[in-house]
Design a protein around this ligand. Structure first.
Ligand SMILES: C[S@@+](CC[C@H](N)C(=O)[O-])C[C@H]1O[C@@H](n2cnc3c(N)ncnc32)[C@H](O)[C@@H]1O
Length: 378
């Protein structure tokens, strides 16, 4: 991945520019940066369910692994055609671990929805995610201790739960932990390049949260189809990038309502959709690849401790923690692509943090899991 070269649609606003009316929006629906500067002058309640987990520092291994540094944050090195929008340093990786916990809670502890048989042998997790888990786990221990649960990553949890299954996790960043179950391996691999696994290798392919990373989803699912054994399962799990509410507390004029627009616009500029869920890309691509017996489930994911239901409240609090953990590492690249300066982003993020912490704002987002089978006759 290289520093984004895409020209911003509009020049970033300079401080000399006269402030625009707060409501002024461009075609993408993104409010101008001045809107958030104006808003910052107002006072706000900063109550939070969790403490912020602090900011990131670049790892010593950066130079060895040729990671890129963009405005002080670490991003993946050149890998094939890969272009990924989030930082890959500690703060962002912590956020990923917490998201994994959110998803595990949403799925009642299940690591898959596809009906896997007990005798499966090989599993592939594409874009497996986080690493350097041990130091992060230590720092997160305080937050997690009171909840009696621990962070982890999908591939590690799956390998732990299925000791007789060989699990392979691939990613463009070497951010996985060194201590892992003996039946788990990691491999650096750009999943958008031609897969080199022999045909009919895996019993199950798991692909989660690759929105904004894939140019051609059908091609990706076709590669999964080819590498799966007949009767094997694909499972695709993707979120919407848009925060919603049922009572209007999240809307186009709020920072939470604006959040998704950065990603939708940035994804368009990258040529890598971030509206995978909204556009039904998972089912369409899986069907086109030749899979049968397609099922899907939508998961409503609260953000913040506002739900009355205790389980939903717990999920919402962890989701809030995940987003607050590293807003910058999540948003910096996309905001750069759409032409915002870091300072402008900082002002916007201050308001976003206030809204994320507010109990009066009842935000949530959707996630969609689609799973399907490669025909036995294939
Ligand atoms: C949002 S994270 C999700 C991680 C993990 N799947 C999970 O659900 O916890 C996306 C991951 O996909 C990886 N990624 C992005 N583009 C990729 C590509 N072309 N090939 C392989 N991995 C990729 C990123 O490095 C990152 O670790």
């Amino acid at each position: 991945m290289s520093e984004p070269t895409t020209k911003p649609a509009t020049e970033p606003a300079s401080t000399a520019t006269a402030p625009q009316p707060a409501a002024a929006q461009n075609e993408s629906g993104i409010l101008p940066p001045q809107h958030w500067a104006q808003l910052a002058e107002e006072g706000h309640d900063d109550s939070s369910d969790f403490e912020d987990a602090g900011s990131s520092t670049a790892s010593l291994s950066s130079s060895l692994l040729n990671y890129r540094t963009i405005q002080g944050r670490r991003y993946h090195s050149d890998q094939g055609n890969a272009q990924y929008w989030a930082a890959n340093d500690d703060a962002q990786n912590e956020a990923l671990d917490i998201i994994h916990h959110v998803i595990t809670l949403l799925l009642d502890g299940k690591l898959h929805l596809a009906p896997l048989k007990d005798d499966i042998q090989k599993v592939l997790d594409v874009g497996t995610g986080t690493g350097t888990w041990l130091p992060r786990a230590r720092r997160l221990a305080l937050s997690y201790a009171q909840h009696g649960s621990s962070p982890g990553i999908w591939a590690i949890d799956f390998a732990d739960e299925h000791p007789s299954v060989s699990v392979l996790g691939t990613d463009i960043s070497s951010i996985q932990p060194g201590w892992i179950p003996p039946n788990l391996q990691f491999q650096i691999d750009d999943c958008t390049q031609e897969w080199t696994f022999p045909e009919n290798t895996f019993d199950y392919v798991h692909i989660r949260w690759l929105f904004g990373s894939i140019v051609d989803w059908t091609a990706l699912f076709k590669q999964a189809y080819r590498s799966l054994k007949p009767g094997g399962y694909i499972e695709s799990h993707e979120p919407s990038v848009s925060f919603l509410s049922d009572d209007g507390t999240v809307n186009d004029k709020t920072a939470m309502g604006q959040f998704g627009k950065f990603f939708v616009e940035g994804g368009k500029k990258m040529g890598r959709s971030t509206t995978v869920l909204e556009d039904g890309i998972q089912r369409k691509g899986i069907e086109e690849a030749g899979f049968v017996d397609i099922h899907e489930v939508n998961l409503k994911t609260p953000v913040g401790g506002w739900p009355k239901d205790p389980k939903q409240r717990e999920i919402g609090k962890f989701q809030q923690l995940a987003v607050l953990n590293d807003l910058e590492g999540t948003m910096l690249y996309m905001s750069h692509i759409i032409g915002w300066s870091r300072d402008e982003l900082t002002v916007y993020m201050a308001q976003l943090r206030r809204e994320l912490r507010s109990k009066d704002i009842h935000g949530y987002y959707w996630q969609k899991v689609v799973w399907a089978r490669k025909p036995e006759s294939a």
